[in-house]
Design a protein around this ligand. Structure first.
Ligand code: ATP
Length: 388
């Protein structure tokens, strides 16, 4: 539905060497919700604004459906009002002097296709109903909560029945509880309408929760793309691993090259092998011992890798009956409500372990064994991660 090729945008006067958007290619399938995920300044908002027609690219092509929207080399540029899109911004952008329904009706009564008032109101009421706000239709916009105002702006974006919905950090201005509710509503509406959607966020949890596919960006480029579960469980690039919160990273060397077929569920070594799985398992020698890891590509004995271990895959124990534990010392712990994070020094390395049990009673200075789970850590070839 959306096809982007070689998209490039440079802002005048920028001192950094890279373009804000640096020659990216994207294919967004019809009816899917795809997230652009990355840290602040990586170019995700600019990419969305280019798709919307709110910015002009320096190079590249954007196609929506079978229509070319822009191609600077051919002098093609379709303006934002002519594109078959609806946009929702972080800042809601609802008009304070109007009621909810007047906000949603406004685009239907302006521009080229002006609908009569009664028809515009009917369409606007349908859109408000879709986002669960029909009963608030006649309330002045400032008397709505932040979450309700954001749903008004979603209804307004949907009311012209766009082919594509573009959402720029739509949850950022909402408080934590409301954010989850509005997020779930956006996903429910998107699935109900089957509308092709691009969702921009810097929040990995948000991206995992709503997306059919996640595209990870850094410095104006695409680092990696994949289904949410794959991006979370088995990132192929070091940048993605770190960005997805896999905070423990240890250099290692492959002892035996990958060859076994990975279990269908890497988190459950007992699950049946999936012959189609491309991930493999290899024994990796680390400074503290050997660990069986999921590898992201072919490996051979002696290859250098960086091993990424999730905090929840490092278990802590006062004793070490398995003999696989790494001797360490607790430095400090942080309470998160549903879990504890322990920072444990093992040799020169500070590791983070997340325990979901009630506090295991460890405190600063306590000796402890860190027992890494087998088959869940990810080994990324050192060369690949250095290139990223
Ligand atoms: P955030 O999550 O903070 O919104 P982002 O990933 O959406 O970040 P962009 O807003 O696309 O990033 O910005 C990409 C780069 O382009 C940044 O370095 C930013 O400073 C720069 N930039 C964005 N808009 C402009 C502008 N109007 N003029 C100059 N530079 C800009």
């Amino acid at each position: 539905m959306i096809e982007v090729r070689g998209l490039t945008k440079r802002y005048p006067g920028r001192t950094v060497s890279r373009n804000a958007v640096d020659g990216i290619d994207l294919d967004i399938p019809e009816g899917k919700l795809v997230t652009l995920l990355g840290p602040s300044g990586c170019g995700k908002t600019t990419t969305l604004r280019l798709i919307a027609g709110l910015e002009r690219p320096d190079a590249g092509r954007i196609r929506i459906g079978d229509r070319l929207m822009c191609a600077p080399a051919e002098g093609v540029f379709v303006g934002v009002h002519q594109r078959p899109i609806g946009v929702v911004f972080q800042s809601y952008a609802v008009w304070p002097h109007m009621t909810a329904v007047q906000n949603v009706m406004f685009p239907l009564q302006s521009g080229q296709k002006r609908l009569p008032k009664a028809q515009a109101r009917k369409r606007a009421m349908e859109a408000l109903d879709l986002v669960g706000l029909a009963e608030f239709a006649d309330r002045p916009a400032p008397a709505l909560s932040g979450g309700q105002q954001q749903r008004v702006s979603l209804a307004r974006a949907l009311t012209r029945e766009p082919e594509v919905l573009l959402l720029d950090e739509p949850l950022s201005n909402l408080d934590a509880g409301l954010r989850d509710r509005v997020r779930d509503e956006i996903r429910a509406v998107q699935l109900r309408l089957g509308i092709t959607t691009v969702f921009v966020t810097h929040d990995q949890d948000e991206a995992l929760a709503v997306s059919d596919e996640v595209i990870v960006m850094d410095s104006g480029r695409i680092v990696e793309r994949g289904q949410a579960q794959d991006i979370y469980r088995c990132p192929k690039e070091e940048f993605t691993a770190r960005f997805m919160g896999i905070s423990n990273s240890l250099p290692g060397t492959v002892r035996t090259g990958a060859g076994e077929v990975a279990p269908a569920d890497p988190a459950d070594p007992g699950s049946p092998a999936d012959p189609a799985a491309t991930t493999d398992i290899a024994d990796i020698d680390l400074a503290h011992g050997t660990l069986r890891c999921v590898t992201t590509g072919p490996t051979a004995a002696g290859d250098r890798v960086n091993v990424f271990i999730r905090p929840e895959s490092l278990l802590l124990s006062r004793k070490d009956p398995s003999g696989r534990g790494w001797k360490g010392t607790v430095e400090f712990s942080i309470y998160h409500g549903d879990c504890w994070d322990y920072h444990v020094r093992v040799g020169d390395t500070l590791l983070r372990s997340r325990m979901y049990r009630e506090k295991v009673g460890l405190t600063h200075g306590d000796p402890v064994f860190v027992v890494p789970e087998q088959d869940t850590a990810i080994a990324i070839p050192a060369a690949a991660s250095e290139d990223a």
